[in-house]
Each structure stands twice: as structure tokens, then as C-alpha cells.
Write a protein that binds this ligand. Structure first.
Ligand code: HEM
Length: 294
């Protein structure tokens, strides 16, 4: 009996090992993008599940090591992760019509934080009362004269994504940068990774609105694939023109009508910027700012 059990166990082990080796060879032969070495059966689950980071940050960290187009195996599922402006162009524009089309539902992951940054760091010399004058509300037409406010909104959307990554499904096999994205694989476009690409955005974790004050105009239409808070291509956020207008007007009105202060604890310790992810990414501990009418 013992011999029989030993034989069966060896056979199962042999099957698992040969399947694993076959899978690794398949990665090389199929020209899949590089990625961390998958373990048998669970693949790269340990690489993404137990780093104590939210998924977009975890993928961003792995991409620094393995490149902007990377393969992960989550159990049996092949996942391709894109996280640079170049790969975003391929995934969201070039192949978005026929090949990378389907949706897969986003999952939630566990939280972590980053450096304290917020609109409270706005220097006083950027106040805009002189532009808005005595009006009670700020109009969209005022925005052309409020470049710093526009820069603050853009820098906030770069640093702190509402939708940090968007999943796609490969309906057919496609070639991207010489690698194969196999049919049926999940393709995660890490928008957060694009916004934290240090080659495009020096000191990517710092809140520096002045990045958006140069000659180059960064539009929300996704033409500049290095700045895509509303995603890009056919699946760009349906209401981005409205959302963009509302954000500018609401923020400008709140700054125009009120003097804002931080609660004492946040004043002492900095704003808690830790995140949680549900349908969208939000503050784990929402900030209760204190308004004082002007
Ligand atoms: C700052 C505010 C917002 C940001 C940054 C944002 C960003 C995004 C992003 C990144 C996507 C995913 C696109 C993709 O799958 O590739 C998306 C999709 C979408 N958003 Fe927004 N969004 C915002 C506000 C809103 C609001 C206020 C609404 C509704 C009133 C809205 C409605 C939608 C809808 C319906 C989709 C799905 C589009 C589709 O599947 O084709 N968004 N948004």
C-alpha cells in the first residue's frame, strides 16, 4: 500500500513539475512580456497579494523591476500589465478597436498610504480673488485666467487617481512592442503607473502643480498618453467634460468663498493620505477641512 501511495504521489509531483516547466517554456516560446518567476499552481499570487500594497502600487513597483509591459500569472489566469505612456498608447488606442475590447470586473485590494499633499499647500500668492472679483460664484469662463488652479486640479488627478487601473480582455492575440499578448488574457492598464513613471514625471510622488504650468498643454482627451486620469481611447470616461468642468468650478468657488483650515491633528501630523479602494480609490480617512466664510 505504501509503495502504491509513493508511486501515485511521485506521479502527481512529476505531472505538476512538467506542467510548470511546460508553462515556463511556453512563456519564452510565446514571446510573452517578461515578469516575475511564477510559482507552480499559484503563479505570481504571492507577488501581488501579500506585499501590503494596493494593487496599482504593487503593479507599479513590479513594473520598475520587470518593465512597462509585464506578464503575471494569477493562478491559471495570464495577466498582462501595461504601465507607461508608450504601452498605454498601444493598449488604449492602437488595439482598442478590435483586440483589447472586453471588460473584466475590477477587484478590491488592501490599503496603504503615501506622502501628505493637498490643496492646503497652495501658496497664498496664488489666491484668485483679483480674477473673480466680487462675484459669489466662479464661472467656467474664469478658468482661462486661473492657470494655477487648473494646474492644481491636474496635479491632483495625476497624483491621486480616482480610477487607478482599468482591466481589459484580449479578444485576439496581439503584438505589443515585440511581445505577444495572448488571446483570452487579462490586460490591466495601470493608469496610476503611467502617472508615476519617473522618466515622464520627475519626483512622481510629490505634489508639484508647477509641472502643469509650462508651455505644454495637458488635455484630458488622452492625446498625451502620459496624463490619462479619465483613461483614453474608446473607453474614456463618458462624462469627463462635465466632471472636469465641475471639479474646477467647485474647487474655485470653495476657495473663493471660504478661508480653509486643517483640523488640529492634521495640522500637526499632516493630512492622512492613506487610500482605500472600492468602486473608486478614495481617502481611507476622509479629511474634514474647516471652512471660514470670507
Ligand atoms: C474626476 C472625476 C472622474 C474621473 C477621474 C473618471 C475616470 C474614469 C475612468 C478612468 C474610467 C474608465 C475608462 C476605461 O474603462 O478605460 C471611467 C469610466 C466611466 N466613467 Fe468616469 N470618471 C470621473 C467622473 C465620472 C462621473 C461624475 C461619472 C458619471 C456621472 C462618470 C461616468 C463614467 C462611466 C459611465 C464610465 C464607463 C464608460 C464605459 O464603460 O464606456 N465618471 N471614468
Amino acid at each position: 500500500m505504501a509503495i502504491f501511495i509513493a508511486c501515485v504521489s511521485s506521479l502527481v509531483l512529476l505531472l505538476l513539475v512538467s506542467r510548470y516547466v511546460y508553462q515556463l517554456l511556453g512563456n519564452v516560446r510565446g514571446r510573452l512580456p517578461p515578469g516575475p518567476l511564477p510559482l507552480p499552481i499559484i503563479g505570481n499570487l504571492l507577488d501581488v497579494a501579500f506585499m501590503g500594497l494596493l494593487l496599482h502600487r504593487c503593479l507599479g513597483r513590479l513594473a520598475k523591476r520587470h518593465g512597462p509591459l509585464m506578464t503575471l500569472r494569477l493562478g491559471r489566469v495570464v495577466v498582462i500589465v501595461a504601465s507607461s505612456p508608450d504601452t498605454a498608447r498601444e493598449v488604449l488606442q492602437t488595439h482598442n478597436n478590435l483586440s483589447l475590447v472586453g471588460r473584466v470586473p475590477p477587484d478590491a485590494w488592501l490599503g496603504a498610504g503615501h506622502a501628505a499633499n493637498s490643496v492646503f499647500v497652495l501658496p497664498p500668492n496664488h489666491r484668485h480673488s483679483n480674477v473673480v472679483g466680487d462675484k459669489t460664484h466662479v464661472d467656467h469662463s474664469d478658468m482661462d485666467h486661473l492657470p494655477f488652479l487648473r494646474a492644481v486640479v491636474r496635479e491632483t488627478l495625476r497624483l491621486q487617481m480616482l480610477v487607478p487601473f482599468v482591466p481589459n480582455k484580449a479578444a485576439t492575440s496581439v503584438q505589443v512592442h515585440g511581445y505577444t499578448i495572448p488571446k483570452g488574457s487579462t490586460v490591466i492598464m495601470n493608469l496610476w503607473g503611467v502617472h508615476h513613471d519617473a522618466e515622464v514625471w520627475p519626483e512622481p510622488d510629490r505634489f508639484i502643480p508647477d509641472r502643469f504650468l509650462g508651455d505644454k498643454e495637458f488635455h484630458f482627451l488622452g492625446a498625451d498618453l502620459e496624463f490619462i486620469p479619465f483613461s483614453a481611447g474608446r473607453r474614456i470616461c463618458l462624462v469627463f467634460p462635465l466632471a472636469s468642468r465641475m471639479m474646477h468650478v467647485i474647487l474655485a468657488t470653495l476657495l473663493h468663498r471660504f478661508e480653509w483650515a486643517l483640523p488640529r491633528l492634521a495640522e500637526q501630523n499632516g493630512v492622512d493620505m492613506s487610500e482605500k479602494i472600492g468602486v473608486t480609490l478614495s481617502m481611507a480617512n476622509p479629511l474634514k477641512a474647516i471652512p471660514k466664510p470670507i
